[in-house]
Design a protein around this ligand. Structure first.
Ligand code: DQA
Length: 146
């Protein structure tokens, strides 16, 4: 039952530039567009979402910590931190919250260094390569899990 569930959406580094940034890879959808679609989906699912974007690892870790006891789950696109932030991996594990990792692009079809997600083992699931729709699918999956 998703009624009244609270989900935190975390957008990592450089995702504030979506729409203009490498649009052949990430599409022309802006972060504000994604937020709007998420909000509409959340309203129709009777859940509450709050979101934040940060280019700094520490702020993302602080957001994960602050979600403990306040949110029922997290959707995160950690951007490039995906590939090397053990600190974000640790924060996700420590939070004990169900977390869905989302990537707009198919990280396995790109450079070698993007193929590994160090945060993935701490997450409930991962949705990649489906563009902005991945966020909605992530939210749908998370609500179904709760
Ligand atoms: C990304 C993939 C990462 O490798 C990259 O650093 C990003 C975006 C994605 O959503 O496809 O910033 O997380």
């Amino acid at each position: 039952m998703s009624d009244n569930k609270k989900i935190l959406v975390i957008h990592g580094p450089n995702l504030n530039l979506l729409g203009g940034r490498e649009s052949e890879i990430y599409g022309s959808t802006t972060l504000a567009d994604i937020e709007k679609k998420l909000r509409e989906f959340a309203d129709s699912s009777h859940c509450m979402i709050e979101s934040m974007q940060s280019n700094s690892e520490g702020k993302i870790i602080d957001a994960i910590h602050s979600a403990m006891g306040r949110f029922d789950g997290i959707i995160i696109n950690p951007g490039a931190y995906t590939h090397y932030s053990i600190a974000i991996y640790d924060a996700i594990l420590a939070s004990g919250l169900p977390v869905i990792e989302v990537h707009l692009s198919n990280i396995h079809a790109r450079e070698e260094f993007r193929r590994r997600s160090v945060v993935a083992p701490a997450c409930k699931g991962q949705i990649i390569g489906l563009g902005w729709r991945g966020y909605l699918l992530g939210l749908q999956a998370l609500l179904a899990e709760l």
